[in-house]
Ligand binder design. Sequence first.
Ligand code: FE
Length: 300
Amino acid sequence: MIQELSYVGLASPRSEDWRDYGPNLLGAMLVADGPGGAVRLAVDDVDYRIEIHRAEADEFRYAGWGMANETDLHAYVDLLAGRGVDVHQGDQTLCREREVAELAWFSDPWGLRHELSWGKSATPNSFQPGRVMRGGFVTGDQGLGHVVFQVPDLVEANRFYADTLGFRLSDRIINDHFNIRFYHVNGRHHSLALAETPGHIGFNHLMLEYRHMDDLGRAIDLLARNDTEIVQTLGRHTNDLMTSVYIGSPSGLQIELGYGGLVVDDLSWVARTYRKPSYWGHRYTGNAMTKARGIIRSIA
Ligand code: FE
């Protein structure tokens, strides 16, 4: 089974702006470019986990899911193939590019690309935060963070992500505005969430979690200097208990910067339904309401 969110890839006409935004605002480490001048960011001792390719338009390119080892990868690929998923083997060039030992990929029912891999390159004690930071990011056995996709049909999406892929439901938030399901693959409350937005598909946000509240506070202080907007004000979520702020990025994608997220025990976990997404805060700012929130496209 999938063990972690390992990496994510975007493409953007403003990929170069991430060279400043990544280290100076987020606190990530700018590392050597990928092929074609792609900007790469590390958030821990994995050599890179976030890649922004150059392109004409903002695009979600792929989410990389980490498997424990090659035995698990092979078994999982066989399982998915048996369930009718069209899984492709990644060639040597792709494995080298992603810095993994072995890779397979497939697309979800709306074309979002997911990659499965094991053996991603890492260098012990290599992570140096891009700006003053007290404690770095929560990763380790909780992976990179979480990704949230907008899907046109949550019933069909759940059938694919939960029933076919095996993402385990953490809970749901349902009210007049939201219909969202949250899924875990390790102790992190959710590595994936799916929000229903009929007629639309895309990448809403990437969440990165700081070890210390001070590093979240510093990010908020740095927003003005980096000319970055707050999309949702500081608040605390009901389900994963994350204290977080949602901010813009150079590429349409929102970044959720969090602190203090819940760790779940899968053996005893029971999925709940919540009405409110937040105990307090997480107010949309005036500006943010009028703009697209994420890398989203409409589908026929
Ligand atoms: Fe989130």
